[in-house]
Write a protein that binds this ligand. Structure first.
Ligand code: F6R
Length: 606
């Protein structure tokens, strides 16, 4: 998963591909590679590390040719290493891939039986082998690609070359890919910024499209194999605009990426027929009786832990103790052998979380990390790791990592529920089907984003905010308040609504907006009373609910309605308007949204 580029034309492909990969560096990656064809051979150079390191190798090697592909990798299957870097070759077929092949193990087994051999730990390696298999069955390159993609399940954008052929093939399926149209030369890229210095004319491929690029032009086949015309669009983006996909800030882009990052996180982990959750990463995990779960993290990841507690305890009936990593190690936590310690971290490099993990290990706990970065310290040192597949998160304020962490916690609960038999199969199936609807529901919220933007204008000059929620939405409001403080520098406090009477109510007057999360669940009537209490003290209530006719809707200042889902998944849907609210206020105030003052993306000191 990360960046793809490809070139066919009259110029040196190595130089063009390297320049394009450099332009994708801002997205983060762990290894890079190129494959360059000189008409006869295709040579591959790939390396863990930076594009500059790769360039030095290429320069030494005098790699020349006018057709080529390249890739920057953000590991999802297999640690970052030279061996797992793209491109991958199977005899004369060479491929780079973004996305996830859900059924790669199945295909690998099938091909192994036919004598195919694999060298890497990646899911990608099955693709060139599968294409090779079909060329050997008599298909030409395009035919073999068409045949191979029929066997693939998951998401993929591909760029493909074959030795001795001057054809560059691109495939798009639920992972972006576009064609750059130059003057007698053509490009492929996963993202426009890669090509912005070469052309401003793009064809944005659609799902299922196969693009065939030759020296004479571009032919596109749709998913049925029919030739189709796709419009060439001129975009006038500056390189900065292109990097952010047309969004003003990375944070906003990442908020809008959530439907796909959640889909990617779920992908391949649902065993539909069995009605079970499967984590490849946990295959080796011994499953003895678990006495107690601990969940430990910092910041936004800590809020995910708090949500995890609600999800786990309600469904597994095993106690979950949640701790801030910075507190955990100093309070002599009564962790014992047989306890299960879950550490959550986007970066996997947060010093306090790493220290907490080591402390827990010392005390005999089994350690599992939920991380977004393959090869990170936390993922290397814990007994096992489940990777969220949010992709690189560049904005300092965490958004898409948070929602994918909740998705993983939910799946982990279902995984334990079937292993421990604490839930009926049909209940698990029902919960899985709700999870599958989440990306769509998040999208629905995002489609209503303009309303939140409008609301933000009204509230941007207030100096203090209170965020109230109950149950599983208590941690959600903590997260909403954190988002507002960190990027807009406005003071905001998240509170369990029931605690309001025990102190914060003293703060409420007409200068205090109070954001209330109030879904139509068991907390509804209690939340209504809290809202009444705020209104009667002239507080301005912003209500976020999943009810079309909430009892308080007519009395509050503003209402935003999100789609309904099950209790455990509500935070994913409800946090989106809170992220947008914080973003738009900060944007209107003109703060440095992506790099707020005093904050670092990864806190590597205790
Ligand atoms: C808030 C934020 C931080 C991080 C925290 C932990 O938006 O990004 O609070 O959540 O520093 O970082 P990770 O998850 O990398 O351990």
């Amino acid at each position: 998963m990360c960046g793809i580029v490809g070139y066919i034309g009259k110029n040196r492909a190595d130089q063009i591909v390297i320049e394009a990969l450099k332009r994708l560096e801002y997205r983060g990656y762990d290894s890079a590679g190129v494959a360059i064809g000189d008409g006869q051979r295709i040579r591959i150079i790939k390396k863990k590390g930076k594009v500059d390191d790769l360039k030095r190798l290429i320069d030494k090697d005098e790699l020349s040719g006018t057709i080529g592909i390249g890739h920057t990798r953000w590991a999802t299957h297999g640690v970052p290493s030279d061996r797992n870097a793209h491109p991958f070759r199977a005899h004369d077929i060479v491929v780079v891939h973004n996305g996830i092949i859900e059924n790669h193990l199945e295909i690998k087994e099938r091909l192994k039986k036919k004598g195919y051999r694999f060298q890497s730990d990646t899911d990608t390696e099955v693709i060139p082998n599968l294409i090779l298999y079909y060329t050997r069955e008599g298909f030409d390159l395009v035919g073999a690609v068409r045949r191979a993609v029929k066997d693939l399940k998951g998401s993929y954008a591909l760029a493909i070359l074959r030795e001795k052929e001057r054809i560059l093939v691109g495939v798009r399926h639920e992972s972006p890919l576009l064609i750059g149209v130059g003057d007698g030369e053509y490009f492929i890229a996963s993202d426009a910024p890669a090509l912005i210095s070469k052309t401003n004319r793009f064809i944005f491929l659609e799902d299922g499209d196969i693009a065939v690029l030759t020296d004479d032009g571009v032919r596109i086949l749709d998913r049925n194999g029919e030739n189709v015309e796709r419009e060439i669009r001129e975009v006038n983006w500056t390189p900065m605009m292109a990097e952010k996909g047309g969004f003003k800030h990375f944070m906003l882009k990442e908020i809008y990426e959530q439907p796909s990052s959640i889909s990617d996180t779920i992908l391949g982990r649902i065993l539909e027929e069995k009605g079970e959750i499967h984590f490849e990463e946990l295959e080796e995990m011994p499953l003895s009786r678990i006495r107690k779960f601990w969940m430990v993290a910092c910041g936004t990841s800590y809020h995910a832990c708090l949500i995890g507690k609600y999800i786990f305890e309600r469904n597994l009936k095993i106690p979950v103790e949640v701790d801030l990593a910075s507190e955990f190690r100093y309070r002599e936590p009564p962790v014992r052998k047989g306890d299960f310690l879950i550490l959550i971290s986007q970066s996997g490099e947060t010093a306090d979380t790493i220290a907490a993990m080591r402390e827990g290990k010392k005390r005999g706990a089994y350690t599992l990390s939920i991380c977004n970065v393959l090869g990170s310290t936390l993922s290397r040192e814990t007994d096992s790791t489940i990777f969220t597949r949010a992709g690189p998160e560049i904005g300092v304020a965490s958004t898409k990592a948070f929602t994918t962490q909740i998705a993983v916690l939910f799946m982990l609960m279902l995984f334990f529920a079937s292993r421990m038999k604490t839930k009926e199969k049909k209940e698990i199936k029902k919960m899985i089907s709700e999870l599958k609807k989440i990306p769509h529901k998040v999208n629905e919220v995002l489609e209503g984003g303009a309303k939140i933007e409008e609301m933000s204008k009204k509230y941007m000059y207030y100096k203090n905010f209170l965020y109230l929620g109950r149950g599983i939405n208590f941690p959600t409001v903590l997260e909403g308040a954190l988002k507002l403080k960190e990027i807009s520098y406005i003071h905001a406090e998240g509170y369990a609504a029931g605690e309001m009477k025990h102190g914060p109510i003293a703060l409420i007057d007409e200068r205090m907006p109070v954001l209330c999360l109030s879904p139509g669940d068991s907390t509804y009537s209690k939340m209504c009373s809290n809202i009444e209490e705020v209104i009667s003290r002239q507080g301005k209530v912003i209500l976020i609910t999943d009810m079309d006719s909430h009892g308080m809707a007519k009395k509050v200042e503003d209402v935003f309605v999100v789609p309904k889902t099950i209790y455990e998944l509500q935070p994913i849907v409800s946090v989106i308007p809170l992220q947008l609210f914080a973003y738009h206020i900060a944007n209107f105030l003109g703060t440095d949204v992506d790099q707020p003052r005093n904050l670092a993306k990864s806190v590597t000191v205790e």
